[in-house]
Design a protein around this ligand. Sequence first.
Ligand code: GDP
Ligand code: IMO
Ligand code: MG
Length: 423
Amino acid sequence: MPNIVIVGAQWGDEGKGKVIDIFSKKADLVARYQGGNNAGHTVVIGKDSFILHLIPSGILHKGKSCIIGNGVVVDPKALLEEIKTLESKGIKISGRLLVSRNAHVIFPYHKKLDELREAKKKKIGTTKKGIGPCYADKAARLGIRFVDLLDDEVFKEKLKNNLDEKNDILSKIYGVEGFSFNELYNEYTDYANRLKKYICDTTLVLNDAIKKRRRVLFEGAQGTLLDVDHGTYPFVTSSNATAGGAATGTGVGPTKIDKVIGVVKAYTTRVGEGPFPTEFPKDLMEKIRTKGNEFGATTGRPRRCGWFDSIVVKHSVMVNGIDEIVVTKLDVLDCLGSLKICTAYKFEDKIYKDFPSDIRVLSDCEPMYEELPGWEKDTTGIKSYSCLPKNAKNYLKKIQKILDTKIVLVSVGSDRKQTFSRE
Ligand code: GDP
Ligand code: IMO
Ligand code: MG
């Protein structure tokens, strides 16, 4: 297996955690390249269920090195909690987890600003983890990285500069109290001391490993339609969730990446605000949300559900350069008598067959569907593609044809074992 990027092809929660876990078996290193603890990646192994927020999902395979790359924004408190939770379940972290010294650090003022902005009229529906404000500081060259945190003099100066500005914004714009320098300094110095053993130059580690022909799996968080450049802006996250982010978010050049695999849910979901052309009407929404257990792995919020949107996934195939597809949650559609696939949008008498970035078109368009018969049979126990009901195969074939991209794996349940190859 060469170096592979696994990327979400819709609005996140496609089942990337499960897919990463499966592909980790054949990888030597697994690297997160963007996002932060806004992500929630679920891996189910028999009776055990794990939700990973910052630590790569490869951690559940013994002996794999797991990297938090420079493109990730890290809340050290959340990271320490995640380490503790995994260790309490018998997962070894020490010696296996490496955190980039260039990764930016999330501070309480980032979370506060995220919350306050969300309380305003035009909401994004963020996870309120401080992701947007932390990336904003990174772009504004104000951010504090782990390498800064480890240098007392640099940290003091940067924290002071940041607090001068942030406390001003908090009091003057939002009328709330700011943060104390001493408290934050002590809290974050303690985090730095506890995380020191994990922090290193992960770019060197990854490139060295690739030179030695060790295999790297790049774990995307969020999904293509939440990408800050290619998603439904402004209703997106603040990073490049697309495959290109794997290069910038780890320092591994694009020529070293061999393959991109897209994870595609058999229908569509999104959490938070923003346009969603194929969103179900209320009854169907309830039915699929319940059957698919569509509640956020990070915030517990109910996910919005809708029909498969091929305009969205075609866009994903293009902007990520997706070579192969894994289809997840096919079993959730077992309960439907007929299925719809969106193949075009209609807006003001114009037909769109390519993804429109105009938010007005996306919000007000009428989706045009092709209808297919359902299979109404339980697929959760199926072990091979050939045993799938005929109509389920037809549904997958239709998707494959529209996307002009090979489906290589199909998932029919949350467990590691409920997966089979397309061949
Ligand atoms: P991620 O963020 O892309 O890793 O996905 P999440 O973990 O947030 O959400 C996917 C949810 O679907 C998790 O609860 C998984 O355990 C579950 N899941 C994954 N694959 C399947 C599948 O094929 N069928 C069913 N029913 N559940 C699945
Ligand atoms: P995984 O990796 C689904 C959504 C939020 C919100 C928008 C911006 O589990 O697929 P943010 O807190 O990032 O500023 O919120 O992005 N969002 C996700 N939706 N899955 C995720 O991650 C998400 N991470 C962020 O709901 O709409
Ligand atoms: Mg998730």
